[in-house]
Design a protein around this ligand. Structure first.
Ligand code: FPP
Length: 248
């Protein structure tokens, strides 16, 4: 049986998040510059997005550019941004053909105006699609997101629009960029690094973590199937015992 056939269709994770890592190392192994690695990573992005939608994943979040990535050499930041604009432009039709809605999380105001405008255009052009939501994390970091949420809650407290007794976990979640989306059930990180790198720290409290040595430009549908099969073989207990789970 193929990996795809082994997947239990009734246990597909609703939301999968991916830290796409290893583009630079992949390029270096081939004596190319880092930009070549990012360009090759776009092929993996396309295949992963289409496969995820096809197998019934409802939300796919990709860590495309972290707040910390601004510290990379300007030439690499510029190359990543133009790759992003180019890909978003070229792929809007594919997103529509596959009934995929595009969304973004992160400090979008910090993007260059052309990048922001192209992103907004694609978000608007795909807004009515329903098969899957593709969420790009751009200029995103979890500590930035949580700090912003605290700031907004504090302002509401100060303006007496909110009472201290009303603060609970759901309220905090509602102030995060990810408020409209469920928490991911599965987080994948490529390239053999065992880190979360400031990604969705609040949202992954109960998420299953899957680390693969595959470098992102080599990541293909089969690797996504492997991750989902691994997830499906785990027991998610949410702090309960195995016995309690049977009656849950
Ligand atoms: C990490 O590899 C990857 C990134 C910082 C960028 C990811 C971007 C893409 C795959 C292309 C554009 C994306 C979209 C959604 C169109 P790295 O550079 O940190 O690799 P290294 O750890 O080997 O140096």
């Amino acid at each position: 049986m193929s990996l795809k056939e082994q997947i239990d269709k009734s246990k597909i994770p609703q939301h999968v998040a991916i830290i796409m890592d290893g583009n630079g190392r992949w390029a270096k192994q081939r004596q190319h510059d880092r930009t070549f690695g990012h360009e090759s990573g776009v092929i993996s992005v396309k295949e992963t997005v289409e496969t995820a939608a096809e197998i019934g994943i409802k939300y796919l979040t990709l860590y495309a550019f972290s707040s910390e990535n601004w510290n990379r050499p300007k030439s690499e930041v510029d190359a990543l941004m133009s790759l992003l604009v180019k890909t978003i432009n070229q792929e809007t039709k594919t997103l529509n053909d596959n009934n995929i809605r595009l969304k973004a999380i992160g400090d979008l105001q910090s993007l260059e105006s052309q990048t922001f405008a192209e992103l907004q255009k694609a978000i608007e052009n795909t807004a009515s699609n329903t098969q899957m939501t593709l969420i790009l994390a751009l200029s995103y970091s979890s500590r930035w997101e949580i700090t912003k949420a605290i700031e907004q809650i504090a302002i509401k407290l100060k303006n007496k629009e909110l009472q201290i007794e009303e603060i609970n976990q759901d309220l905090v979640s509602s102030f995060l960029n990810t408020a409209p989306y469920p928490d991911p059930e599965l987080l994948i990180r490529t390239s053999g690094e065992y880190r979360i790198s400031n990604f969705l720290l609040w949202q992954i409290a109960y998420t299953e973590l899957y680390f693969t040595p595959i470098l992102w430009p080599d990541f293909r549908s089969e690797n996504l199937y492997e991750a989902i099969l691994d997830y499906q073989n785990r027991e998610r207990r949410f702090g309960m015992t195995s016995e309690q789970l049977l009656n849950f």
